[in-house]
Design a protein around this ligand. Structure first.
Ligand code: DGT
Ligand code: CA
Ligand code: CA
Length: 363
């Protein structure tokens, strides 16, 4: 039976979220930065808007490089990440997408797969109307743009959502799949990275057409049966992976009311250790790792205060959680005047612990 699958990915997500709450950023290069605790400009770019990308700024590069590339743009903005705010946007975005899917699969903070086979009656014309409607809804409710790929499977939809970014809508009907793929670089296939590309180069194979000339046995020999077969099918646009119902809880948090209001470091830390234990239990039970950690205070006048940080690598270690929580508590208590009434911790940026990762793990 034919399927209709959407892959939806938001454009320059963190940076676009920043533009939403401060529209005059829209005309400027905007870089969202993860400042490290070494101070100054040490740290990396999480993402940048498309104006900044024109100058070569992209995710993962050092903040100092980005500043250098934008040195002629006095109007460039370098903003610190605000995970809490982006998580709220993610939640709202996911809700809209979910309401418009037969089966909804959360992938990451700014992307999801939707199986819409039933509601579009397997009709690509209806499906493309639905995709446009979703884009309009998201624009109207959240002021955000996203890119959507529409095809009979997850693989092609993922490639298609990236094909005309930003604000793209790319529809690849079943009889157009091979044609669509053949014009693309082999690197668009999820799982074909630099290394695999290099191995193909050594075999004198550069394009998707070239790759189609090799039989599955040769591929299996070269990459192992699982990966070989995946590549053999992928370059032909074949991918049977179902859209699996999955809703990510975007973060795990615990909060307690203290026995007495306090701003005493030792007392608060003791309570935080207990919360760490509880959160780590939930994290481990769900087979997850986290990459950002936060603490928050509800103060005696019921105002809130929070501190959070991004770790270098994902972890599920209680020691590492405790170490970071200590640091955050010290920061949080600086110039603290009010007493604290409730105390919480939160871990976010969750990833699934997988077995040894291989290129077929993409779906
Ligand atoms: P796009 O989809 O190309 O228009 O741009 P983004 O920024 O939406 O890129 P995407 O979908 O790969 O990532 C979604 C968000 O995840 C992005 O806005 C920021 C965060 N992110 C991506 N790459 C990195 C990274 O290397 N480091 C950190 N800290 N965050 C990242
Ligand atoms: Ca994105
Ligand atoms: Ca994404």
């Amino acid at each position: 039976m034919g399927r209709v699958v959407f892959h939806i990915d938001f454009d320059y997500f963190y940076a676009q979220c920043e533009e939403v709450r401060k529209p005059d950023l829209k005309t400027k290069p905007v870089c969202v930065c993860v400042f490290s605790d070494r101070g100054g400009d040490s740290g990396a770019i999480a993402t940048a808007n498309y104006t900044a990308r024109k100058y070569g700024v992209k995710s993962g590069i050092p903040i100092s490089f980005a500043k250098k590339r934008l040195e002629n743009r006095a109007d460039a903005e370098f903003l610190p990440v605000d995970f809490e705010y982006y998580s709220k946007m993610t939640e709202k975005a996911m809700k809209i997408m979910k309401e418009n899917a037969d089966i909804f699969e959360y992938v990451g903070r700014d992307e999801a797969y939707l199986d819409v086979t039933k509601r579009s009656e397997e009709n690509f014309k209806k499906a493309s109307h639905l995709a446009q409607q979703i884009k309009n809804l998201i624009r109207a409710k959240l002021k955000l743009s996203c890119s959507i790929g529409v095809s009979p499977n997850k693989l092609i939809s993922k490639i298609a959502s990236d094909y005309q970014k930003p604000d793209g809508l790319t529809i690849v009907e079943p009889n157009r799949i091979e044609q669509f793929l053949e014009q693309l670089n082999i690197r668009v296939i999820p799982g074909i990275g630099k290394k695999t590309e290099q191995r193909f180069k050594e075999m004198n194979l550069e394009t998707i057409q070239d790759l189609k000339k090799i039989d599955v046995f040769t591929l299996n020999n070269e990459f192992g049966r699982k990966s070989g077969t995946y590549i053999f099918n992928a370059i032909r646009g074949i991918n049977d992976e179902p859209v699996k119902e999955k809703e990510e809880s975007i973060q795990y948090s615990k909060i307690i009311t203290l026995k007495k209001d306090s701003k005493n470091y030792e007392f608060l830390l003791e309570n935080l250790y207990e919360l760490c234990k509880q959160v780590i239990n939930v994290v481990k039970k769900n087979n997850k790792m986290f990459k950002s950690v936060g603490i928050y205070f509800v103060q005696s006048d019921l105002t809130n205060k929070s501190k959070s940080k991004m770790l270098k690598n994902s972890t599920n270690s209680i020691e590492e959680l405790e170490r970071n929580v200590e640091q955050l508590l010290q920061d949080g208590l600086e110039n603290q005047t009010r007493l604290i009434r409730r105390l919480g911790i939160r871990v976010a940026d969750l990833t699934e612990i997988k077995g040894q990762s291989d290129i077929t793990n993409y779906f």
